[in-house]
Design a protein around this ligand. Structure first.
Ligand code: GLN
Length: 488
């Protein structure tokens, strides 16, 4: 029976450093777990076993030769939207079928330099648009805690593989909650770094002013470890900020939450929320108080504009970003077209799924000359108000505590015919993207039916140290069970 697949990243680092095992054995155990479980879970869209083992053996050889690197031989899985040189990068879309990444994203290049091994590609909603991973053109992914339910999205494959011990950690991307929401639905940790903390170079763009790469992990400490490696300025992305990383290790050494003021935004605790989710989050908040935090109620009055502003801005940016998929430069091309215009149309008609088309059309509409002022410009103004709201509360609070989602994971199929209902489920996650804040999702219990619930910790931009400290102290003392699969 495989055993190394249950390790955290930090445990794997220690094990390998102490010579307790090899990267090859670790990857071997993960492959065994994947073979046994992934038929049912469906978290991976691509996995080249021979290549993963080759990378692992190369890392082992480097270690024998005396090389020191923080993640040497540690396998990491990657959402199918981030480029890893030589691996497919299909964004779970038909239009990128057969496309191989020609280069490493900066986050990947930094993990590679730190010695990481790239295990395989995680399923997702097509082009990261969705909240259930059901918009994948490849297949559905099931929630390992309850196979009749979705793992969340859009980084659903990344969350499911971590929750099922089919990966030690996986990368996702978060434009409006796509790291935090699947982490909450699958009972793992999800970090959305501040906008600009991690380079977006090599992350296939959905909405460039909102996108961030983020880790999905078994522990908060692992999220810190991966952030440390991936973060920092990048000449290839001018929006990657040239700011020093706070001392994350020091933040995680804090024994309690003494001296921290944590705000409870009134607008995040409203009617309509699932009662069990609300109870689990409230319990976690009381727990944080017992750990030394001072709680204060705060108000973010423009929260009510966030979902509308998010869908206008993200669709506008998506309609521009996805114009590049025209059959000329990437992936699939409709073959029997008479002229180039017909070729573009047929390629895009056949290549994009329904949700992606809906967003491209919506985005083109809100940017069109007759409607630009009425929709796009107003959404940008709302965005400014939302950001200003956060600036005010962060004058009196170090971080905010909130739910990640208003409900537990949906049943498979439940949201398919109701995109608007699905969009509304993003209410607690999109504000942090609109404002550029950092935010963390940590498991905070289960419903009576055994479905995971997430606590969200939102911090000011570039204060990942604060939210990681809160998450780590809470996680250590709450100690919720972490793997959805009990054996085999
Ligand atoms: N669920 C949101 C959406 O569908 C968020 C997606 C994301 O963060 N990539 O747009």
């Amino acid at each position: 029976m495989p055993q190394f697949n249950t390790l955290t990243v930090a445990q794997a680092v220690d094990l390998l450093a102490q010579g307790g095992s090899t990267s090859e054995a670790l990857v071997g155990d993960l492959l065994e777990a994947i073979r046994a479980r992934d038929g049912a879970v469906g978290a991976y869209v691509h996995l080249d076993e021979a290549d993963a083992l080759r990378q692992a053996r190369a890392a082992d050889a480097q270690r024998r030769a005396g090389k020191l690197a923080p993640l040497l031989g540690v396998p990491i899985a990657v959402k199918d939207v981030i480029n890893v040189a030589g691996q497919p990068c299909g964004c779970a879309s038909r239009i990128l079928e057969g496309y191989t990444a020609p280069y490493d994203a900066t986050a990947i290049a930094r993990l590679r330099a730190a010695g990481a091994v790239f295990l395989g590609r995680a399923n997702m909603d097509e082009f990261a648009m969705g909240s259930t991973t059901e918009n994948s053109a490849v297949k559905i992914t099931r929630n390992p805690w309850d196979p009749s339910r979705v793992p969340g999205g859009s980084s659903g494959g990344s969350a499911a593989m971590v929750a099922a011990d089919e990966a030690l950690a996986a990368l996702g991307s978060d434009t409006g909650g796509s790291v935090r929401q699947p982490a909450a639905f699958c009972g793992c940790v999800g970090l959305k770094p501040s906008y600009g903390r991690i380079s977006r170079y090599g992350l296939t763009a959905f909405a460039s002013s909102l996108d961030q790469i983020g880790p999905l992990t078994k522990t908060v400490a692992d999220a810190a470890l991966l952030l440390e490696v991936m973060g920092g300025a990048d000449p290839l992305d001018s929006t990657a900020a040239d700011l020093p990383m706070p001392d994350l290790a020091a933040a995680l050494r804090q024994p309690d939450l003494q001296g921290l003021r944590l705000g409870l935004p009134r607008e995040y605790f409203v009617g309509g929320m699932d009662a069990e989710v609300e109870r689990a989050v409230q319990d976690a908040i009381r727990h944080c108080e017992r750990l030394g935090a001072r709680l204060t109620e705060v108000s973010l009055p423009t929260t009510k504009y966030a979902v509308a502003a998010y869908y206008i801005i993200s669709c506008a940016e998506a309609s521009a970003n996805l114009a590049r998929f025209d059959g000329v430069r990437y992936g699939r091309r409709a073959e029997d077209a008479g002229d180039p215009y017909e070729m573009y149309c047929r390629t895009r008609a056949a290549g994009f799924g329904a949700e992606v088309k809906r967003r491209i059309i919506l985005g083109a509409y809100v940017l069109s000359s007759g409607y630009y002022d009425a929709y796009y410009l107003r959404a940008q103004k709302a965005r400014t108000l939302i950001r200003d709201d956060f600036a005010v509360v962060f004058k009196e609070c170090d971080a905010l505590l909130a739910p990640v989602t208003p409900t537990p994971p949906y049943k498979l199929g439940e949201m398919l015919d109701n995109p608007l209902q699905m969009y509304l489920g993003d209410i607690f996650t999109v504000p942090a993207n609109l404002a550029g804040n950092c935010a963390l999702s940590v498991p905070c219990g289960f419903t009576a039916a055994g479905l995971p619930v997430g606590l969200q910790i939102i911090g000011p931009a570039f204060r990942e140290d604060v939210i990681l400290r809160v998450g780590h102290v809470y996680e250590q003392s709450a100690a919720w069970p972490r793997c959805a699969v009990k054996s085999g």
